[in-house]
Design a protein around this ligand. Structure first.
Ligand code: BV8
Length: 250
């Protein structure tokens, strides 16, 4: 099956059409086509000289809360201007077509929810939410500070995302592992497969006998282990796959 130079293996089309349970893991690559720079893309402008792996840490926030807060305000601006793209919408359709569907994302941009995906496991939180850095409760209305302070306890507020060195939200990785182990078909879309514990999900799926499909223009550590490694962008590849599996059969 090919479209626009993209070749989708016929047996994968059949496997998706017959699948009872599908689990999808997405990374920032699926949002690249919405204009949101991927996590490791060279940061632009003022932020070009900073390493995101350094800034997205409790240590950086403790050392310079204003700098980290401003970085997130800048990223919130990028995300706020972004709209879901065909890759997000293809996963909304896949959710409608497959009996049991679980969407797990590392992304903090909220674009899967904006596209209409039902339940999304946001393993690394959501940049659009703000929480108290001491109590962890979500705060809706922010004062002017950089960072603003919690109206209840006075501690700095912070984005509701998981920083490097922080544990994932309670129960999240367990739920994601369960979905990875229970599915017939696992997709890894637009992620460098470098950040743990999330990067362990496709290997858990493989060990449980699922077929694993990687969709990425580039190579990752998962590529040699994937059952299918589709070298393409998320939007085009997912749209082409859904077309082949479901729309032609109507
Ligand atoms: C934790 C939120 C323990 C913040 C992020 C082994 C086991 C456990 C932990 C570790 C371990 N080894 C190391 C660790 C520590 C660390 C880690 O994994 N470090 C890495 C760098 C080695 N992990 C942690 O710290 C995690 N916590 O383990 O806690 C613990 C337990 C108990 C008590 C205390 C502690 C927490 C990790 C979460 C970090 N937070 N985000 C924020 O966003 O500011 S992670 C961040 O990077 C992103 O959110 C994203 O999730 C992640 C990975 O990035 P990707 O999404 O993959 O994006 P990337 O840019 O890397 O790649 C994009 C890909 O898209 C590329 O491959 C590209 O080719 C492709 N692409 C481009 N265009 C397209 C495309 N694909 C398709 N279509 C396109 N058009």
């Amino acid at each position: 099956m090919s479209a626009a130079g993209l070749s989708i293996p016929e047996d994968l089309v059949g496997t998706l059409r017959e699948a009872r349970s599908v689990t999808v893991l997405t990374g920032s690559g699926i949002s690249a086509e919405s204009g949101v720079p991927t996590f490791r893309d060279a940061q632009s402008g003022l932020w070009a000289r900073y390493d995101p792996l350094e800034l997205a840490t409790p240590k950086a926030f403790a050392r310079d809360p204003k700098l980290v807060w401003r970085w997130y305000l800048w990223r919130r601006g990028l995300v706020g201007a972004a709209a879901p793209n065909p890759g997000h919408y293809a996963l909304v359709e896949m959710e409608r077509r497959v009996p049991v569907f679980t969407l797990v994302t590392q992304n903090v941009d909220g674009l899967h929810g904006a596209a209409g995906s039902g339940s999304v496991l946001e393993l690394h939180g959501n940049i659009r939410r703000t929480k108290c850095s001491r109590e962890g409760n979500i705060i809706e209305s922010l004062d002017e500070g950089e960072p603003p302070r919690c109206p209840d306890c006075g501690a700095y507020l912070r984005p509701d995302v998981v920083w490097f060195g922080e544990a994932l939200p309670e129960g999240m990785i367990e739920a994601a592992l369960e979905a990875a182990r229970a599915c017939d078909l696992f997709f890894s879309v637009g992620t460098s497969s470098l950040v743990y514990p999330v990067a362990s999900l496709p290997y858990a799926a493989l060990e449980s006998g699922a077929a694993v499909v990687e969709i990425n223009p580039g190579e990752t550590p998962l590529t040699p282990r994937a059952t299918y490694a589709l070298r393409g962008t998320a939007g085009e590849t997912l749209s082409c796959l859904l077309e082949a599996a479901f729309r032609q059969s109507v």
